[in-house]
Design a protein around this ligand. Structure first.
Ligand code: DAH
Length: 365
């Protein structure tokens, strides 16, 4: 601030000593709080510099006999300021000065997020079995997310999906209404409409549900879906494939079992359970003393799904159906990435994945 041309009323030596000592200490403190250029302008600026303003004001009001002692002191102060500016790193040493003796800033290279790492691990297991990757949109139509997967409009199975719908879609035909996909299964339909069997794909991606966040739920989470369609695909192929995948992910001593379940797009359907990796199946808190942990859903592709695909392919001009259930069959499965990562690493709160807390994330670097 250049406002400090406070009028001096006394010009005796003692007063001058006092005010100039004050100015010198102001200079000293400015050398640490300002960078060199700001410091130079503040004190030595030709028009608004502090030295110029004070000396103009004080020399003007000083009695003739005080001019000399005042001038001498101004010269000393000026020399003092110039000396500070001439000394490397004397000014701005705390702000912009570079001390080349200090260690440099080490930037840690980025690493994959633990969720992406697990997602990639799952995908790799299937890549090694000859699967390729498909992806699809997160904003999906009712047709792909539900109808083609054999969830008819108003079917109660839709209630299990806690769907987040996009606003103002009432004017559209039911099939075309937009929603946030609740699972990665719609990409099965998109892929089958686009290409004939054989199909072996995995579908990693984000899905959305109207779920309140708690230790095990998040409204946005990740799934890896799988689809295999070919001639002579049986439930044994499904069992063998998923048993291999679970051993690849959790260790070769893990056992799997298939529990009857229901999904509209598979028939029969099953939930896959693995022997508890925390207690090796003996029973503990993590497996609710059952010895088993439920991990994913699966089943044989329902002929109704092939029919929906065939209808769309016919609209695009297909004459001989490639998805004829009398010739081809398939299996599908879907798993939650968060759940698998939590079991792999013994993480009890899903929220850690999204918190951005470096203390959590660094453990996976
Ligand atoms: N889409 C199901 C869900 O999110 C999971 C699933 C179950 C996918 C069985 C499948 C399957 O492909 O066959 O609840």
């Amino acid at each position: 601030m250049n406002d400090a041309a406070i009028p001096l009323e006394n010009f005796d030596d003692a007063t001058l000593d006092l005010v100039f000592t004050g100015l010198a200490s102001e200079v000293a403190s400015d050398t640490t709080s300002m960078d060199a250029e700001a410091f130079r302008l503040h004190w030595l600026g030709r028009k608004q510099g502090r030295l110029k303003l004070i000396s103009d004001a004080w020399l003007k009001s000083a009695p003739p006999e005080a001019r000399k002692p005042l001038g001498v002191r101004f010269n000393q102060l000026k020399q003092h300021i110039e000396a500070a500016l001439d000394t490397p790193a004397a000014v701005g040493s705390k702000t912009n000065g570079i001390d080349i003796t200090l260690p440099g800033t080490v930037r840690a290279p980025g690493v994959p997020h633990p969720l992406l790492k697990t997602m990639q691990e799952i995908v790799d297991v299937f890549h090694n079995l000859g699967y390729s990757t498909s992806t699809g949109p997160q904003v999906e139509t009712d047709f792909y997310n539900f109808e083609a997967l054999n969830f008819p409009p108003n079917h109660p199975a839709r209630d299990t999906q806690d769907t987040l719908v996009i606003a103002n879609q009432q004017g559209r035909p039911a099939r075309e209404r937009l929603l946030m996909r609740t699972h990665t299964s719609p990409v099965q339909i998109r892929t089958m409409i686009a290409q004939a069997p054989p199909i072996r794909i995995v579908i990693p991606g984000k899905v959305h549900r109207n779920d309140a966040a708690d230790a095990t739920h998040s409204p946005i989470f990740h799934q890896v879906e799988g689809l295999c369609v070919d001639t002579n695909i049986t439930f044994s192929d499904l069992k063998g494939t998923l048993d291999h995948a679970m051993k690849a992910l959790f260790g070769s001593s893990v056992k799997t079992r298939f529990f009857p379940s229901f999904f509209p797009f598979t028939e029969p359907s099953a939930d896959v359970q693995i022997s508890c990796i925390f207690c090796a199946g003996k029973g503990c808190r993590k497996c609710k003393h059952s010895g088993w942990i439920e991990l994913l859903g699966c089943g044989m592709v329902d002929p109704a799904v092939f029919a929906a695909v065939t209808e769309q392919r016919a609209l695009a001009g297909e004459i001989t159906p490639a998805y004829d259930p009398s010739r081809i069959s398939g299996f599908a499965f879907g798993m939650g990435v968060e759940r698998i990562a939590m079991i792999q690493h013994g993480i009890s709160d899903i929220g850690h994945f999204y918190s951005g807390d470096m203390r959590f994330l660094e453990q996976f670097a």
